[in-house]
Write a protein that binds this ligand. Structure first.
Ligand code: GLN
Length: 555
């Protein structure tokens, strides 16, 4: 294609949770399958500068990129579906935009001027879009929220202007709506879509393509009707049918002609799509031989959105093992020494994920103990690693009240502690923090290198001796207890090269007991499952005695 960057803006109508993030990621995957390079950006209308300080109950997982940006969970979809390299410029919020404009105002950059939403805020938004445009054929920009929300107006105005700035042939708008099936009427209804498009047009944006989320295939007549009322081509009305597995979305969109239509509208010439890898992936996911059940012992178990990347990484880990991974979310507050056996009955592996705050900590420690004593595969991620260390210190190393200072600042044995001074491997500088540091963006964040102990479980799983993984935590393993815990039988199998940060712990006399201070789930991809998840699922499969799925019963 030519050298002009093309832009696709994705908006959503009618209601939230229609899968705009997945749709944007799938569009990216389809364009990549045609040999185009893409990047994807999310513009979020809320005022938090980033989602790092938001409650996962409300907002879902905080996804972390290599450069240490705390981002919206949709960036996780983008990374899992495409090869786009994402970082701080791929997620802007209203807060981040205003922060920048207000900082410039204080610095005197607008001296003499009245700073306003139009043009200052909208210009800042347009600049943020341009920032991710270099070196890619297509930029996909997803606008968070639903059309009609007050908060998203400056973003919509900015993309309306952007359309004119970048030239009509270089920009399209894709609008995701809902076409519900009404049982009593026995038909699908197009009115919500009509209204949503009307709303969009009232602010000057005419959608070029409509993705209609529905559980029924849309007939040619319905497509014609939507096209006529919404002023789009009939072949631009795409059925976004519910799918069994999210990785089917690119294939289902392709069957509906979405990538062809995008290329036509944007005047792009590319090769035919190569979708074999996606087809194989979906086939493998749908036809496993075995199954295992993993207990995820956590706090946000009622909202699986809080563990989005983790759930996906576990599924990915099952693929090379021909294994379906069933997830059993267990609220750690319901686990006591008495209930533990019943709550964790029948599971083939126990995973304690990342988390903050003291709620449910005891239940997590009991679960780690149960896994250690009964030789059930245990995977501790971030807080889950800290839990494993606390449990081992208390019950094996004899440090009865061992704790993290996050939960007990006065513990006599702070095996996990706030490191007030540490060397940052990325910048080589000394970093400092204490209990009074800002809460936003001040954790150890993003990719850090780690050297693996030869012959350890991790070294075998990765097949290499140096790795890079993403972090998001404040507390660390306290080196004052290193020798005591080693002497009691814990292996330290991963260390930050600066030599003073413990990254991975293992128990050698256990089939698979591992805790890592980083979040491996952020780097797992369906086509390249993460080595630790692949190895963990292999261990749970072995523990299960290779339980076969009874054919005909698999869903
Ligand atoms: N609360 C712990 C810390 O801040 C663990 C964080 C996490 O699990 N992401 O270190």
């Amino acid at each position: 294609m030519g050298n002009e960057t093309k832009y696709i803006f994705v908006t959503g109508g009618v209601l939230s949770s229609l899968g705009k993030g997945l749709a944007s990621a799938s569009i990216g995957a389809l364009l990549e399958s045609r040999g185009l390079s893409v990047t994807i950006q999310k513009l979020d209308p809320y005022i938090n500068v980033d989602p790092g300080t938001m409650n996962p109950f409300e907002h879902g997982e905080v996804f972390v990129t290599d450069d240490g940006t705390e981002t919206d969970l949709d960036l996780g979809h983008y990374e899992r579906f495409t090869h786009a390299k994402l970082g701080k410029d791929n997620n802007y919020t209203t807060g981040k935009i205003y922060y920048s404009v207000i900082t410039k105002e204080r610095e005197g950059k607008y001296l003499g001027g009245t700073v306003q939403v139009i043009p200052h805020i909208t210009d800042e938004i347009k600049d943020s879009i341009r920032k991710v445009s270099t070196g890619v054929d297509v930029v996909i920009v997803e606008i968070g929220g639903t059309i009609g929300d007050i908060e998203s107006l400056p973003f919509l105005e900015a993309i309306r202007q952007f359309h004119n700035d970048a030239g009509k042939n270089n920009v399209i708008h894709i609008h995701l709506t809902l076409v519900p099936y009404i049982k009593t009427a026995g038909e699908v209804k197009t009115k919500p879509t009509q209204h949503s498009v009307k709303e969009l047009r009232s602010i000057g944006i005419q959608p070029d393509i409509l993705l209609c989320r529905t559980d029924h295939l849309l007939s040619p007549e319905i497509k014609k009707k939507i096209a006529m009322f919404c002023n789009v081509d009939t072949d631009a009305v795409i059925t976004a049918k519910d799918v069994d597995c999210i990785y089917e979305c690119p294939l289902s969109f392709h069957e509906e002609g979405l990538d062809n239509k995008i290329e036509k509208l944007l005047n792009i010439w590319s090769r035919a799509p190569r979708l074999e890898a996606w087809k194989t992936l979906c086939h493998n996911l749908k036809t496993p031989d075995f199954e295992v059940t993993i207990a995820i012992v956590g706090k946000y178990v009622n909202l699986t959105e809080s563990y989005k990347s983790l759930n996906e990484a576990l599924t990915h880990g099952g693929i090379p093992n021909q294994c379906r991974v069933n997830l059993k979310f267990v609220d750690s507050e319901t686990i006591t020494s008495e209930t533990c056996k019943v709550r964790l009955q029948g599971v083939d592996g126990i995973l304690v994920p990342g988390g903050f705050g003291s709620r449910g900590i005891d239940g997590k420690i009991i679960s780690a103990k149960y896994a250690r004593e009964n030789k059930i595969p245990y995977f501790g991620i971030c807080l889950g690693m800290q839990i494993a260390v606390m449990e081992f210190a208390r019950h094996v190393a004899g440090l009865e009240q061992a704790n993290s200072t996050e939960f007990d600042p006065d513990t006599p044995h702070p095996v996990i502690d706030l490191l007030e001074k540490w060397i940052d491997d990325k910048s080589g500088t000394i970093q400092r923090r204490d209990l009074h540091s800002d809460k936003g963006g001040t954790m150890r964040l993003g990719a850090y290198p780690c050297v693996l102990e030869k012959e350890s479980l991790v070294a075998k799983a990765y097949g290499t001796d140096t790795i890079s993984e993403r972090h998001r935590h404040r507390y660390e393993f306290n080196n004052a207890y290193l020798e005591t815990l080693k002497a009691a039988g814990m292996t330290i199998s991963g260390i930050a090269p600066s030599g003073d940060l413990v990254e991975i712990v293992e128990l050698p006399d256990h089939p698979w007991f591992l805790g890592c201070q980083f979040h491996p789930e952020f780097k797992s991809r369906p086509m390249t499952p993460h080595p630790l998840f692949r190895s963990f699922i292999a261990a749970t499969l072995e523990y299960s005695g290779y339980r076969k799925i009874v054919k005909g019963e698999d869903s």
